[in-house]
Design a protein around this ligand. Structure first.
Ligand code: ATP
Ligand code: MG
Length: 207
Protein backbone atom coordinates (compact mmCIF):
# COMPACT_ATOMS: atom_id res chain seq x y z
CA UNK A 1 0.00 0.00 0.00
CA UNK A 2 2.68 2.54 1.09
CA UNK A 3 6.34 1.65 0.87
CA UNK A 4 9.05 4.01 2.05
CA UNK A 5 12.59 3.03 1.13
CA UNK A 6 15.83 4.51 2.47
CA UNK A 7 14.18 7.87 3.16
CA UNK A 8 16.47 10.69 4.23
CA UNK A 9 15.48 14.34 4.62
CA UNK A 10 18.01 17.09 5.24
CA UNK A 11 17.13 20.70 5.96
CA UNK A 12 20.43 22.31 4.97
CA UNK A 13 23.06 20.49 7.01
CA UNK A 14 20.49 19.23 9.56
CA UNK A 15 19.27 15.66 9.07
CA UNK A 16 15.61 15.41 10.17
CA UNK A 17 14.98 11.85 8.89
CA UNK A 18 17.73 9.31 8.34
CA UNK A 19 17.42 6.20 6.21
CA UNK A 20 13.81 5.32 7.14
CA UNK A 21 12.16 2.19 5.76
CA UNK A 22 8.43 1.46 6.20
CA UNK A 23 5.82 -0.81 4.71
CA UNK A 24 2.19 0.00 5.51
CA UNK A 25 -0.49 -2.50 4.52
CA UNK A 26 -4.19 -2.15 3.79
CA UNK A 27 -6.75 -2.39 6.57
CA UNK A 28 -4.46 -1.37 9.43
CA UNK A 29 -3.96 1.68 11.62
CA UNK A 30 -0.31 2.58 12.13
CA UNK A 31 1.18 4.94 14.69
CA UNK A 32 4.40 6.78 13.88
CA UNK A 33 6.10 7.14 17.25
CA UNK A 34 8.66 9.70 18.36
CA UNK A 35 9.23 12.75 20.60
CA UNK A 36 8.94 16.36 19.44
CA UNK A 37 11.28 16.97 16.53
CA UNK A 38 11.76 13.26 15.73
CA UNK A 39 10.70 13.84 12.12
CA UNK A 40 7.13 12.50 12.13
CA UNK A 41 5.52 15.43 10.29
CA UNK A 42 8.47 15.61 7.91
CA UNK A 43 7.99 11.92 7.07
CA UNK A 44 4.24 12.36 6.54
CA UNK A 45 4.76 15.42 4.35
CA UNK A 46 7.12 13.36 2.19
CA UNK A 47 4.84 10.30 2.17
CA UNK A 48 1.99 12.45 0.85
CA UNK A 49 4.06 14.27 -1.76
CA UNK A 50 3.93 17.67 -0.01
CA UNK A 51 7.68 17.77 0.57
CA UNK A 52 10.59 16.45 -1.46
CA UNK A 53 12.91 13.85 0.04
CA UNK A 54 16.66 14.34 -0.05
CA UNK A 55 17.16 10.63 -0.74
CA UNK A 56 14.94 7.57 -0.97
CA UNK A 57 11.60 6.69 -2.53
CA UNK A 58 7.92 6.51 -1.57
CA UNK A 59 5.43 4.40 -3.51
CA UNK A 60 1.67 4.37 -2.94
CA UNK A 61 -0.14 1.38 -4.46
CA UNK A 62 2.97 0.95 -6.62
CA UNK A 63 2.92 4.56 -7.89
CA UNK A 64 5.98 6.66 -7.15
CA UNK A 65 4.93 9.77 -5.22
CA UNK A 66 7.05 12.01 -7.49
CA UNK A 67 7.26 10.23 -10.84
CA UNK A 68 3.57 9.25 -10.80
CA UNK A 69 2.35 11.98 -8.46
CA UNK A 70 -1.23 12.35 -9.72
CA UNK A 71 -1.99 8.61 -9.49
CA UNK A 72 -0.23 8.22 -6.13
CA UNK A 73 -1.93 11.25 -4.58
CA UNK A 74 -5.35 10.06 -5.75
CA UNK A 75 -4.94 7.15 -3.31
CA UNK A 76 -4.17 9.40 -0.32
CA UNK A 77 -6.19 11.61 2.01
CA UNK A 78 -4.03 13.79 4.23
CA UNK A 79 -4.72 15.76 7.39
CA UNK A 80 -1.57 17.86 7.97
CA UNK A 81 -0.43 18.91 11.45
CA UNK A 82 -2.18 22.27 10.99
CA UNK A 83 -5.51 21.49 9.26
CA UNK A 84 -5.79 23.50 6.05
CA UNK A 85 -9.19 25.04 6.82
CA UNK A 86 -10.69 28.24 5.42
CA UNK A 87 -12.26 29.93 8.43
CA UNK A 88 -14.70 32.09 6.47
CA UNK A 89 -16.30 29.09 4.76
CA UNK A 90 -18.87 26.75 6.24
CA UNK A 91 -17.91 23.03 6.39
CA UNK A 92 -20.25 22.38 3.45
CA UNK A 93 -18.67 25.14 1.31
CA UNK A 94 -15.17 24.03 2.28
CA UNK A 95 -15.83 20.36 1.49
CA UNK A 96 -17.31 21.36 -1.87
CA UNK A 97 -14.16 23.38 -2.56
CA UNK A 98 -11.95 20.41 -1.61
CA UNK A 99 -14.08 18.06 -3.74
CA UNK A 100 -13.73 20.32 -6.77
CA UNK A 101 -9.97 20.58 -6.20
CA UNK A 102 -9.82 16.78 -6.13
CA UNK A 103 -11.83 16.74 -9.38
CA UNK A 104 -14.76 14.76 -7.97
CA UNK A 105 -17.50 14.35 -10.57
CA UNK A 106 -19.89 17.32 -10.13
CA UNK A 107 -22.97 15.10 -10.23
CA UNK A 108 -21.59 12.98 -7.35
CA UNK A 109 -20.09 15.73 -5.22
CA UNK A 110 -23.09 16.57 -3.02
CA UNK A 111 -23.58 12.89 -2.17
CA UNK A 112 -19.86 12.55 -1.40
CA UNK A 113 -19.99 15.57 0.92
CA UNK A 114 -23.01 14.07 2.71
CA UNK A 115 -21.11 10.77 3.06
CA UNK A 116 -18.00 12.29 4.70
CA UNK A 117 -20.05 14.64 6.89
CA UNK A 118 -21.98 11.64 8.16
CA UNK A 119 -18.75 9.65 8.81
CA UNK A 120 -17.29 12.53 10.83
CA UNK A 121 -20.52 13.56 12.59
CA UNK A 122 -20.52 17.16 11.34
CA UNK A 123 -23.92 17.39 9.60
CA UNK A 124 -25.24 19.51 12.49
CA UNK A 125 -22.57 22.19 11.92
CA UNK A 126 -22.56 22.03 8.08
CA UNK A 127 -23.79 25.61 7.67
CA UNK A 128 -21.88 27.35 10.46
CA UNK A 129 -18.70 29.30 9.76
CA UNK A 130 -15.63 27.14 10.44
CA UNK A 131 -14.08 29.92 12.56
CA UNK A 132 -16.98 29.59 15.03
CA UNK A 133 -16.62 25.82 15.49
CA UNK A 134 -14.98 24.23 18.54
CA UNK A 135 -11.50 22.77 18.06
CA UNK A 136 -12.84 19.24 18.02
CA UNK A 137 -15.32 20.06 15.28
CA UNK A 138 -12.64 21.87 13.27
CA UNK A 139 -10.55 18.71 13.54
CA UNK A 140 -13.50 16.65 12.32
CA UNK A 141 -13.83 18.96 9.31
CA UNK A 142 -10.09 18.41 8.71
CA UNK A 143 -10.59 14.64 8.75
CA UNK A 144 -13.66 15.00 6.51
CA UNK A 145 -11.63 16.82 3.84
CA UNK A 146 -9.09 13.97 3.93
CA UNK A 147 -11.92 11.50 3.29
CA UNK A 148 -13.35 13.28 0.22
CA UNK A 149 -12.96 11.06 -2.83
CA UNK A 150 -12.79 7.90 -0.66
CA UNK A 151 -8.96 7.50 -0.76
CA UNK A 152 -7.56 4.11 0.15
CA UNK A 153 -4.91 5.53 2.45
CA UNK A 154 -5.44 8.11 5.18
CA UNK A 155 -2.49 9.97 6.68
CA UNK A 156 -3.46 11.94 9.79
CA UNK A 157 -0.89 14.08 11.59
CA UNK A 158 -1.78 14.22 15.29
CA UNK A 159 -5.54 14.23 14.73
CA UNK A 160 -6.35 14.42 18.45
CA UNK A 161 -3.80 17.01 19.62
CA UNK A 162 -5.30 19.76 21.77
CA UNK A 163 -8.67 18.07 22.11
CA UNK A 164 -10.45 17.39 25.39
CA UNK A 165 -10.71 13.76 26.59
CA UNK A 166 -14.27 13.36 25.30
CA UNK A 167 -13.33 14.71 21.87
CA UNK A 168 -10.22 12.47 21.81
CA UNK A 169 -12.41 9.42 22.39
CA UNK A 170 -14.85 10.54 19.70
CA UNK A 171 -12.11 11.19 17.13
CA UNK A 172 -10.48 7.83 18.01
CA UNK A 173 -13.79 6.12 17.36
CA UNK A 174 -14.03 7.84 13.97
CA UNK A 175 -10.44 6.76 13.12
CA UNK A 176 -11.00 3.24 14.42
CA UNK A 177 -14.06 2.90 12.19
CA UNK A 178 -12.13 4.24 9.19
CA UNK A 179 -9.22 1.87 9.85
CA UNK A 180 -11.48 -1.12 9.22
CA UNK A 181 -11.77 -0.08 5.60
CA UNK A 182 -8.38 1.45 4.73
CA UNK A 183 -4.82 2.14 5.80
CA UNK A 184 -4.52 4.87 8.44
CA UNK A 185 -1.25 6.34 9.62
CA UNK A 186 -1.14 8.79 12.53
CA UNK A 187 1.86 9.91 14.63
CA UNK A 188 2.00 9.66 18.41
CA UNK A 189 4.68 11.34 20.55
CA UNK A 190 6.64 9.00 22.82
CA UNK A 191 10.07 8.69 24.37
CA UNK A 192 11.06 6.13 21.72
CA UNK A 193 12.53 8.13 18.86
CA UNK A 194 11.79 7.01 15.36
CA UNK A 195 10.05 3.76 16.19
CA UNK A 196 6.95 2.67 14.38
CA UNK A 197 4.26 0.33 15.59
CA UNK A 198 1.18 -1.29 14.17
CA UNK A 199 -1.41 -0.38 16.73
CA UNK A 200 -4.38 -2.41 15.66
CA UNK A 201 -5.13 -5.33 13.43
CA UNK A 202 -7.62 -5.31 10.64
CA UNK A 203 -11.05 -6.84 10.88
CA UNK A 204 -11.59 -10.01 8.88
CA UNK A 205 -11.97 -9.62 5.19
CA UNK A 206 -10.28 -6.23 4.91
CA UNK A 207 -6.76 -7.42 4.13
N1 ATP B 1 11.27 23.62 6.97
C1 ATP B 1 12.18 23.30 7.89
N2 ATP B 1 13.40 23.87 7.90
C2 ATP B 1 14.31 23.50 8.82
N3 ATP B 1 14.13 22.59 9.78
C3 ATP B 1 12.93 22.01 9.82
C4 ATP B 1 11.88 22.31 8.90
N4 ATP B 1 10.80 21.56 9.18
C5 ATP B 1 11.13 20.81 10.25
N5 ATP B 1 12.41 21.07 10.63
C6 ATP B 1 13.13 20.42 11.71
O1 ATP B 1 13.14 19.01 11.48
C7 ATP B 1 12.97 18.30 12.69
C8 ATP B 1 11.77 17.38 12.57
O2 ATP B 1 10.59 18.19 12.55
P1 ATP B 1 9.13 17.55 12.46
O3 ATP B 1 8.18 18.68 12.43
O4 ATP B 1 9.13 16.59 11.34
O5 ATP B 1 9.05 16.75 13.83
P2 ATP B 1 7.83 16.03 14.53
O6 ATP B 1 8.30 14.65 14.91
O7 ATP B 1 6.61 16.13 13.70
O8 ATP B 1 7.66 16.90 15.86
P3 ATP B 1 6.33 17.26 16.71
O9 ATP B 1 6.07 16.09 17.63
O10 ATP B 1 6.74 18.48 17.50
O11 ATP B 1 5.20 17.55 15.77
C9 ATP B 1 12.84 19.35 13.79
O12 ATP B 1 14.12 19.52 14.39
C10 ATP B 1 12.42 20.59 13.05
O13 ATP B 1 12.85 21.76 13.70
MG1 MG C 1 4.74 16.97 13.93
Amino acid sequence: MIEVKNLTKKYGSFTAVKNLNLKLEKGHIYGLLGPNGAGKSTTMNIMTGCLAATEGTVTVNGFDIYDDAAKAKKCIGYLPEIPPLYNDMTPFEYLRFVGRSKKIDKTKLDAEIERVMDKCGIENVADRLIKNLSKGYKQRVGIAQALIGDPEVLVLDEPTVGLDPKQILEIRQVISQLGKERTVSAPIRTSEPGSIGRSRSSTKGTR
